[in-house]
Design a protein around this ligand. Sequence first.
Ligand SMILES: Nc1nc2c(ncn2[C@@H]2O[C@H](COP(=O)(O)OP(=O)(O)OP(=O)(O)O)[C@@H](O)[C@H]2O)c(=O)[nH]1
Length: 339
Amino acid sequence: MENIYKHQTVEQSDNTLNSILALIVEGVWDWNSNTGQVTRSPGWFRMLEYEIDYSKNDVFTWENIIHPDDYSRVMKHFESYLYGKLDHYEIQYRCRKSDGSYLWIVDRGKAIEFNQDGSVARMIGAHHNIDKQKSIELEYSHQNQLLKEGNLTLEKIVRKKAEQLEKKNKLLEKKLIEIKSISNIDSLTKVANRNKFENELEQEVLRANRYHHALSLVIFDIDHFKEINDSYGHKVGDRILCHLSELVSANIRDVDLLARWGGDEFVIIFPELCREKAHIACEKLKALINENKMSDDISVSCSFGVSQYKLGDTLDELFQRVDNLLYYSKEKGRNTVQS
Ligand SMILES: Nc1nc2c(ncn2[C@@H]2O[C@H](COP(=O)(O)OP(=O)(O)OP(=O)(O)O)[C@@H](O)[C@H]2O)c(=O)[nH]1
């Protein structure tokens, strides 16, 4: 059999080379840079759906069908290879088909002959249709982008919801504090209310038991308050209750607790004070109340009952004993301290 690789002329070997290339890739091109002529294989025209030899055999045929968005990138790559800045020519871009649509191709080429000055004299290459894989790749990256955007949106929504939740939680916390303080504070006088007093007394009794500390309880009540209300009106009565609360609060220790039991009746818890000392403290308060004109320049007096907690006392027993002493104080003519 004749050996096809043994050629007598350059033309024969070129023909063989181009025939082989035409078999393995779609579009073979062969460019002679000195003449400007480009030979393209029939496959090149078929791939782009042009009539064979539809246009001139020059480089402009190729340049004219490159997608405008890819053109400068392709030229830059081509020139970099020609001037030796790249040792490999391979690039993907879009070529216009005969119907005006574009086809993604990969273009690979190699300079095979050089002029004496080192410039490229001849270059051969092939265009390969990669449109299908490219569209899958583009679709994939588009989906990826959408997914990223979706994730970002989701993150934003989650962050916004978390912020809203935090705001609501803070508001809720504030409301809870408000509710808690409302449930512990007398709305008129702003001193502790009966609820707070009962809880505190319970705690103080436990503490007194635990450490064997003294603990005294006081109940005091404005004398003839009904007459004040009747003479000056309920509003004035209210202001007197507030003024009295402020005066007593300002003149007891921080550890003591003043609370409004109800109506014109108040209680004081004196932790670590024995009966005698609590009695003295109440005498001082009684004197202060007498000395200080209340709201609307009205003078009031108060009657006090004082008793010390005894080990084993129930809260009711302690309270009852103090209440009896208050009653006794009223009996004794009011504005007195009984212990
Ligand atoms: N302004 C005002 N008056 C109140 C309030 N709560 C109760 N009172 C009045 O306080 C008065 C209490 O009267 P009593 O405790 O019965 O008797 P008192 O006139 O104080 O006489 P003694 O306690 O016996 O000295 C009543 O007239 C109640 O209507 C209040 O929140 N504001």
